[in-house]
Design a protein around this ligand. Structure first.
Ligand SMILES: [Zn+2]
Length: 276
């Protein structure tokens, strides 16, 4: 797989209030592609000083792929969710003791949703490279660009967790370090160049983790992706610790998300394993 830079122009906008004054004709539709069992202890970091008592409770949460429909630039996915391999095999055909266990009803796979809605895709943006976010790539078109945050590929371990990206020829990386900062975040990427869809660097869960913001006519929507697993992470202001690479950084990122939401109450927010 070749790695190339995803070319983005620096945005002229300096603040989110300026961006939100120019919403675009862009729509979000989210698909459940399966589900996964996670423990509340770990979904909320039990070692956080304000965590208090957190129940040992299994939560069954959706595995999601988001479809973005832009009236001019066409359709994009944010994350791939799961492919149909999981309908009859909870390990999706991945062998070995580190294969993740997911659950899927028939016709929940991302390929089915796209076919059923007659969706032609222009590209796929990925939040990070964990299996529940990329397994669906196996049944998606390969001739379109696949885009991740810079540094994400360095920790990808296909031999252990499954090689979901094996048929992709070129992976494009967003280099946030060359983009303008938009407070309270660091650098942000105006992905389609018209202020409609933004990538925001939110490291911690993984090194190159990205959250996305859709600046649509019905108001802005922030997709935290796995920077927050469930709405309780945001409510309690405590990041997850399970499956998380750098827990301290993940907590800092989560607090930044909370700060952003406080400053811009018009923003709807969706956590990584939560549907609207
Ligand atoms: Zn993840």
């Amino acid at each position: 797989m070749k790695i190339k830079e995803f070319k983005i122009k620096k945005s002229a906008q300096k603040s989110w209030s300026e961006i939100f004054q120019n919403p675009r004709d862009i729509i979000l539709e989210s698909f459940k592609t399966g589900s996964v069992k996670i423990n509340r202890r770990g979904t909320i970091n039990i070692k956080h000083p304000h965590a208090g008592y957190i129940k040992d409770q299994i939560l069954n949460v959706p595995i999601i792929s988001h479809l973005i429909k832009h009236n001019v630039f066409g359709n994009y996915l944010i994350d791939a969710g799961l492919d149909a391999m999981y309908t009859y095999d909870p390990y999706g055909g991945v062998k070995g003791k580190f294969a993740d266990e997911f659950f899927q009803e028939k016709n929940e796979n991302i390929g089915f949703h796209l076919k059923n809605n007659r969706i032609k895709l222009e590209g796929i943006f990925l939040s990070h490279l964990h299996p529940d976010h990329i397994a669906g790539v196996r049944e998606l078109p390969k001739e379109i660009p696949y885009i991740v945050g810079k540094g994400e590929i360095e920790q990808y371990q296909p031999e252990i967790y499954g090689d979901f990206l094996k048929d992709i020829d070129t992976l494009y990386e967003i280099d946030f370090s060359i983009l303008n900062e938009i407070p309270p975040w660091g650098p942000c990427a105006d992905l389609l160049g018209d202020g409609s869809l933004w990538a925001i660097s939110t490291p911690g869960h993984t090194k190159g983790h990205i959250s996305y913001l859709i600046n649509g006519l019905d108001g802005p929507i922030l997709l935290t992706m796995d920077a927050s697993f469930i709405s309780d992470n945001l409510r309690l202001k405590i990041a997850p610790c399970d499956y998380t690479e750098d827990i301290t950084l993940a907590q800092k990122t989560l607090e930044q998300i909370c700060e952003f939401l406080l400053e811009y109450p018009e923003v709807k927010v969706l956590s990584g394993h939560e549907l609207l």
